[in-house]
Design a protein around this ligand. Structure first.
Ligand code: AMP
Ligand code: MG
Length: 417
């Protein structure tokens, strides 16, 4: 993996993302699972509809199924959802009908009950129903044999509903990808360590639990390897174990060049790893590469240790790469939704790096999309990030912004939302 960098010695976010995606080959192993367990997984084989949807012409309303256009009808029975009318209507005849009930043979329209008056078995209407009114036609949603969702789709709630309605009880999906997750830093203490036991300068290992929470939303199985000291021998041991037991290794900390050169040395012994300086703020240092092993290779993503940088680089770079790894189709890996919003505060910015400031966007009382940044924009400031619902994306070559400027905002999507 080359260390060559672009302009100003920094690699652009877009170029870095593309390089990651281009160098990853999706997994191919599949498994067949019950539909109820499929939400969030990636579809690996086409799913065809086993029946038409709706399966028969049925009523969109509670009312009366009518045969032909007349002033008066004779009601001869009823068709309830799950209890169709056995028989057929002659012109001028009607049946009571409920929403979802099969439209009897011979009926060509449904009048809603609010427009009907019944005297004995004689029905009149306050306004005439037109042909086809309130009838949901067989197959107007889905035809038998139709491909319901394309291979490579991430299965979402509407897909589950569609597949279930179309008679699909099992789906073939790509297997979950497996991450080995670890933190590196002498100062790190596991969550749950009593505050009284923290030494001077010790901090909680907040990255690992946050990264784990994010990955779990992407159907990633996690091998949590804990936190590791800044010691080459131990780091080597941890990386080898991680490599042998996962599709990819995700670390945070210890990738800033200079300060932790031995991480670099260890990684370069084990594989081909690039230490990138990215034109991204927060999050400049980033390591990516491949660790060969007997059965192929394991990807390696080394995130910066600063907590905001770790989450931002995970979100902007690693997740798109993981979507490729887990088999999500190109068309499903759309760039994040961005929109424009008017700034409610000024922002200081130096040209050189794309800045993903943490902000809060909403529609004001005049219907204008506005945004304000939240908290100090430091790569260690988690409280502002926790109040944010979007990134304010400031282009690489942009400089200061004034109150009232229009800026690009990127509303948080999963797993930040
Ligand atoms: P590094 O990338 O190792 O130079 O660390 C940069 C900053 O991130 C330092 O202030 C570290 O203490 C902090 N840091 C590193 N790893 C973690 C972690 N797992 N959780 C929280 N903060 C971290
Ligand atoms: Mg460190």
């Amino acid at each position: 993996m080359s260390d060559t960098c672009a302009e100003n010695g920094l690699r652009s976010v877009e170029a870095a993302k593309q390089m990651l995606i281009d160098s990853i080959t999706p997994i191919t192993e599949t498994k067949t699972i019950p539909l109820g367990e499929a939400c969030g997984k990636v579809l690996a084989a086409p799913v065809l509809a086993a029946l038409d949807l709706p399966p028969c012409d049925n009523s969109a309303m509670d009312g009366y199924a009518l045969s032909g256009g007349f002033e008066r009808y004779t009601v001869i029975g009823k068709s309830l959802a799950g209890h169709p009318f056995n028989g057929s209507l002659e012109p001028g005849q009607a049946t009571r009908i409920t929403t979802g009930a099969a439209v009897p043979t011979g009926a060509d329209r449904v009048q809603m009950q609010e427009n009907c008056t019944l005297e004995g078995d004689q029905l009149t209407q306050s306004r005439a129903a037109s042909p086809g009114e309130n009838i949901r036609c067989r197959g107007e949603d889905v035809h038998t044999g139709q491909c319901l969702i394309p291979v490579g789709s991430k299965i979402k709630v509407p897909h589950i509903a569609l597949l279930a309605a179309a008679g699909v009880a099992e789906v073939t999906v790509l297997r979950p990808i497996k991450a080995a997750l670890l933190s590196i830093g002498d100062e790190l203490r596991p969550i749950g360590t009593p505050v009284s036991e923290l030494g001077d300068g010790d901090i909680y290992d907040s990255n690992r639990i946050a990264l784990k929470a994010a990955l779990e939303q992407l159907d990633v199985e996690i091998l949590d390897l804990g936190c590791w000291p800044d010691e080459p021998g131990k780091i080597r041991e941890a990386f080898m174990h991680a490599r042998d037991n996962a599709d990819f290794v995700l670390t945070s900390g210890g990738v800033s060049v200079g300060e932790a050169d031995y991480t670099k040395t260890v990684l370069q012994e084990l594989g081909e790893i690039g230490f990138w300086k990215l034109a991204i703020k927060p999050g400049k240092p980033f390591a990516f590469g491949k660790l060969p092993k007997a059965s192929g290779e394991t990807l390696f993503f080394g995130l910066p240790g600063n907590p905001v940088s770790a989450i931002v680089t995970l979100y902007q770079l690693v997740i798109p790469a993981l979507e490729k790894l887990r088999g999500t189709a190109d068309t499903q890996r759309q760039p994040p939704l961005q929109t424009r919003a008017r700034l409610l505060n000024s922002i200081r910015k130096k040209p050189g790096r794309t800045d993903f400031q943490r902000g809060y966007t909403y529609c004001d009382e005049d219907g204008i999309q506005v945004v304000e940044t939240r908290g100090i924009q430091g790569s260690h400031i988690l409280s502002g990030f926790a109040q944010a619902n979007c990134f304010v994306v400031l282009p690489r070559e942009g400089s200061d912004c004034a109150t009232g400027d229009w800026v690009t905002v990127e509303p948080f999507a999963a797993p930040l939302k």
